[in-house]
Ligand binder design. Structure first.
Ligand code: FES
Length: 161
């Protein structure tokens, strides 16, 4: 199956995984949090990461891949230092998320799905982020930005170094 033997979790991630495993009755049930730990360390879920997670949890790589592919919160390709995930679902679109998207594309000079040439920003559109009451919403790495207006975007992006 072509494992990359030099590819391993850091000690910090291994400790987190051990802690996570204690919370679940079966290893497979911890797949989502373990994928999070993997993404925190490796930034995106490559085939090497899939194999490593499979090996760690003793489940088949195809199962890991299936789950990682299903959820948009897992990056399947490299992303920039700041990953902007703009909600495109109903509440956000009713409150102007397409204008926000256009404005972001203009400021960053990329289209949704792309990364700026300096590797700083990736722009993605995603399904509901669970903050519909404060639509439109985007998430940049772990932080939420709510009640967005086209005017607020430049300030938000400028605040990220
Ligand atoms: S629809 Fe955008 S956060 Fe729910």
């Amino acid at each position: 199956m072509g494992f990359n033997m030099g590819f391993e979790f850091s000690k910090k991630s291994i400790d987190k995984i051990k802690e996570t495993l204690l919370k679940y009755p079966e290893k497979e049930a911890s797949l989502l949090p373990v994928l999070h730990i993997a993404q925190d360390e490796f930034l995106y879920i490559s085939q090497d990461v899939i194999n490593l997670v499979a090996l760690t949890l003793d489940i088949h790589p195809s199962r890991v891949k299936e789950v990682a592919t299903f959820y948009t919160m897992y990056n399947k390709k490299p992303v920039g230092k700041y990953h902007i995930q703009l909600c495109r679902n109903i509440s956000c679109s009713l409150r102007g998320s397409s204008n926000i998207k256009e404005q972001l594309e203009k400021i960053l000079n990329i289209k949704a799905g792309e990364t700026t040439s300096d590797g700083k920003f990736t722009l993605s559109t995603v399904e509901c982020l669970g903050a519909c009451g404060t639509a439109p919403v985007m998430q940049i790495n772990d932080k939420y930005y709510e009640n967005l207006t086209t005017d607020s975007l430049k300030t938000i992006l400028d605040s990220l170094s």
